[in-house]
Design a protein around this ligand. Sequence first.
Ligand code: NCD
Length: 342
Amino acid sequence: MVNKPSKPTDSLIGNDNWNIQLDRNGRLKHFLTVEGLGSEILTSILDTAESFANVNEQRVKKVPILRGKTIVNLFFEASTRTRTTFELAAKRLSADILNINISTSATTKGESLLDTLQNLQAMLCDMFIVRHSDSGAAHFIASHVAPHISVINAGDGWHAHPTQAMLDMFTIRRFKGDFGNLRVAIVGDLLHSRVARSQIHALNTLNTGDVRVIAPRTLVPNDIEDMGVKVYHDLAKGVKDADVIIMLRLQKERMQGALLPSEHEYYSEYGLTEDKLKAAKDDAIVMHPGPINRGVEIESSVADGPRSVILNQVTYGIAVRMAIMSMVLGREPEAEISGEEQ
Ligand code: NCD
């Protein structure tokens, strides 16, 4: 299954199988998707992340919560921010972390994914953090690992990127407060964006007032309106009076055929420039999961400007990943988060 093409299918998305991420008491065992999780769990992740954000501001940025645990970063796809912030998060929780470089691992000698996993299990690991180009890969791994192992999805194909969505929710809550009063506009390549899918689920679950997407017709999934969002094809109309604008990268590596006239034309219609930003509220924030492509989806002066919180997202990613890792490994972090302990 994990070797098939990466377009999400109904059998992988929106069915009850995702419930494997909860244990019998409704607590997180794996973190595979935001879909199907209630507002209580999402809010509890955000609240726990607040405590870890405080830890990250201390002189000694470390707590002993996951001491003795072994975590494996298993990235089958490129990553800068996600892999390194997971690594930092694990280290700040005092876990041991291994980074497996797939391009130099035995996968290149023909070892199957399940055999690789079994070998890592034999090394008595506790958690796999998985990024894979196939939708459903993290779910597949979670349903094949030993019962004591937890899996976190760090991005699977076009399907989901739940930790990114949660760090985005954390950023929105920190800068804008209550979701109920907010207008959030997501702009760009919705069709290929696992980030946007997870964001929309999270924004809906947290009862966001108005969630809208803005993209050319060729880059909007057919079923997007079923997710309860309004669709715009005109940037000026879509970002009007927005509180939050989330820009997405054009995921050219996932595009088949000519979905776009040219980057230049895309930028002139959908690139967020200082001029286009004027339609949003005066205090609107601008977000982007990265990597950003300056002059393709966003003007440099906007990316680096006073409304941009793009680097705050990166910083908060550590606290949010610390929260999710500690919750998934089944501890009660509140009891152990304290001052400069070490
Ligand atoms: C995103 C991803 O990999 O899905 N990036 C990230 O994790 N920060 C978005 C992207 O690649 O454009």
